[in-house]
Design a protein around this ligand. Structure first.
Ligand SMILES: *Cc1c(COP(=O)(O)O)cnc(C)c1O
Length: 397
């Protein structure tokens, strides 16, 4: 059959058509009134999308740029920091903090699992200057309890900052950023916001801005205070990825439309969309006898599915691509070959979700050479969908 190329990877994700069009016709210079309008509108819309009153910055970099900036702006060499790590992105926090000379304490959980809040509480001793965590660990498909972690950090008072990599969490997870007291929350353009890679964004609390007055780690391109000053005038400190701002504005308009002219409501709808797609996918995979990698605390951003015993997940990834032009992600690092990941964040709908599960049935049959009950995954997903729709109808009546 004809094959349409489709991304099911947890970044980059499929691009919103309206964002693509906005980029294609874009020709503004970044030091003009026209661009300052666009820039300021994007920042205001992002604040609503994140759900915060804090100042928001947009950086021209991939998500890791905002992670690095959080470390370099908020710490000084020798600072004691606590990294909560249960996957490759948690390890990135550790590596970044070490690169800037922090004294790194760790709370770890095995890949596919999440932390015990008791252990977090034990390690959260006075003198810990900052806590770094992922909202959703994209390498394993696990969700971490940001609300519970935030409660523990806030109980330490204003001397401990909480920095959350929500690069796949924003748009897939419900947060109360200001209510929970998250000091920095980070997102990336190529995830739930449905545009290409190249922009990182973050919301920064007053507590964190204050910390920056005393920290001494080296920083230059990712100097948050410099960016804040420029942003107040509708500009970026350096040349921003201008056409991506046009794409971002279009994506935020799309979210606003999803919420009937309300970005916060649109964000909730986007989160619910990811949650439903994830639940359908989990049910579908399990109906085929497959095991989830992060079964105890699954994220809505993506689902990591274990490869059947004796099968390299690379063979499944390859078969998805060759038979259906569907790009799913292999495991990262030590998880390579053991699992594959299907994304739900951003621009995915019912047909995408049903389609990838139908493809999974064929991929499984062809890679294992064993009989698969066709329709089993699709049926399980249909039941999840039907149940959800009837729930929604009964709620709205
Ligand atoms: C994608 C992602 C990042 C950032 O990766 P970049 O390649 O720098 O954009 C960081 N953390 C998580 C959890 C991610 O999913």
């Amino acid at each position: 059959m004809l094959r349409k190329n489709r991304l099911f990877t947890p970044g980059p994700t499929p691009i919103l058509p309206a964002a693509q069009t906005a980029m294609a016709s874009f020709a503004m210079h970044h030091r003009t009134a026209e661009f300052r309008d666009l820039f300021s509108r994007v920042l205001a819309d992002l604040r609503e999308f994140i759900g915060t009153k804090n100042d928001v910055l947009v950086l021209s970099s991939s998500g890791t740029g905002a992670m690095e900036g959080s470390v370099s702006n908020l710490t000084s060499p020798g600072d004691k920091v606590l990294v909560l790590s249960a996957g490759k992105f948690g390890e990135r926090w550790r590596d970044l903090a070490q690169a800037f000379g922090c004294a790194v304490e760790m709370v770890t959980a095995p890949y596919g699992e999440t932390f015990s809040l008791d252990e977090v509480r034990r390690k959260l001793t006075p003198g810990v200057r900052a806590v770094f965590v992922q909202a959703t660990e994209s390498s394993t498909g696990a969700r971490h309890d940001v609300e519970g972690i935030a409660r523990l950090v806030r109980a330490m008072g204003d001397d401990t900052l909480l920095i959350v990599d929500a690069i796949t969490g924003l748009g897939t997870t419900h947060f109360d950023v200001d209510g929970w007291g998250i000091d920095v929350i980070i997102g990336g353009s190529q995830k739930a916001l449905m545009i290409p890679p190249g922009l990182a964004y973050c919301a920064i609390s007053e507590r964190a801005w204050k910390r920056m007055e005393t920290t001494s780690s080296p920083r230059y391109y990712f100097d948050f205070r410099k960016e804040r000053k420029a942003a107040a005038k509708g500009e970026a400190a350096f040349t921003p990825a201008t056409s991506l701002f046009a794409a971002l504005a279009a994506a935020l308009d799309f979210v606003r439309d999803m919420g009937n002219d309300d970005i916060a409501a649109g964000r909730e709808a986007l989160v619910n969309n990811a949650e439903l797609a994830a639940e359908m996918t989990r049910a579908g995979a399990q109906a085929l006898g497959m095991k989830l990698f992060a079964a105890s605390s699954p994220a809505a951003a993506l689902t990591a599915i274990q490869s059947p015993p004796g099968i390299d997940s690379g063979a499944m990834v390859k078969e998805f691509r060759e038979s259906f032009a569907a790009v799913v992600a292999n495991g990262q690092g030590e998880m390579r070959g053991k699992l594959f990941r299907i994304a739900h964040l951003g621009y995915y709908d019912y047909l995408d979700t049903i389609g990838i599960l139908a493809a999974l049935e064929h991929v499984l049959a062809s890679v294992t050479g064993k009989a698969v009950e066709y329709g089993a995954a699709v049926r399980a997903a249909q039941e999840v969908y039907a149940r959800q729709m009837s729930l929604r109808t009964s709620v709205s009546v």
